[in-house]
Design a binder for this molecule. Sequence first.
Ligand SMILES: Nc1ncnc2c1ncn2[C@@H]1O[C@H](COP(=O)(O)OP(=O)(O)OP(=O)(O)O)[C@@H](O)[C@H]1O
Length: 249
Amino acid sequence: MVEPVLQINNLTKSFGALRATDGVSIDLRPGEIHALIGPNGAGKSTLIHQICGTVRPDSGTIRFAGEDIGALNTAQRAQKGLGRTFQVSSLAPEFSALRNVMLAVQAKQGSSFGFFRPVMRDRSLVDPAMAILERVGLADRARLPAAELSHGERRQLEIAMALALQSKAFLLDEPMAGMGPEGSKKLTGFLDALRREAPILLVEHDMDAVFALADRISVLVYGKVIATGTVDEIRSNPTVRTAYLGDHA
Ligand SMILES: Nc1ncnc2c1ncn2[C@@H]1O[C@H](COP(=O)(O)OP(=O)(O)OP(=O)(O)O)[C@@H](O)[C@H]1O
């Protein structure tokens, strides 16, 4: 069997009496989109936060690219290639799209911006950043401040930054949220291609997108994974239909 890129075992996190994730075990395999679905409050975001390091689990293990990353902080996990984009954007809104990607390129290179040279003329940062913006279809928006990009474009910019960090896996928390039908369609096509770059753990409420994209789906309810399977397996699973999908199936 192919070694998973990301292997989560028995992850548990309580907030007071509430078990937000309760013994969650899932994995992410090379080349796949693994969607994580479930009702509001099921623990999806809490799980993502534990994987990227912003929330510490009470117990359980997280292996990434063959290594236990449980003791690493968020920045160290990102440096290892865990690429994330959030419900709440992590972009610097006043910086141009290009400058945002340059920051990620620079973080990956491990160099600091030189004080004595104009950053925006540093070809070792500008060239790779522009190439990535072209790949995500944002080259013509490069000079605009991130704040002036549309919602969908900001998502693409976040993904561009994850690409700049040469991510080995992407954690995407509701990328379709707040998008109109056109934007969702465009982003769906984009994510479809992105999986060739690195596998994607996708938290998403937009079932059209999930059914179109997912190789596998895990369903989280009250902090527990109640089923993992292909789109067809999940759509026809009676427990899942009762707990979550209902008419969507
Ligand atoms: N920092 C926190 N302190 C206390 N409770 C929290 C905290 N973070 C999350 N919770 C609770 O944990 C549960 C799981 O929340 P979480 O945001 O992970 O769910 P979710 O599946 O991502 O929901 P949604 O689909 O609405 O985004 C919820 O009951 C939430 O109120």
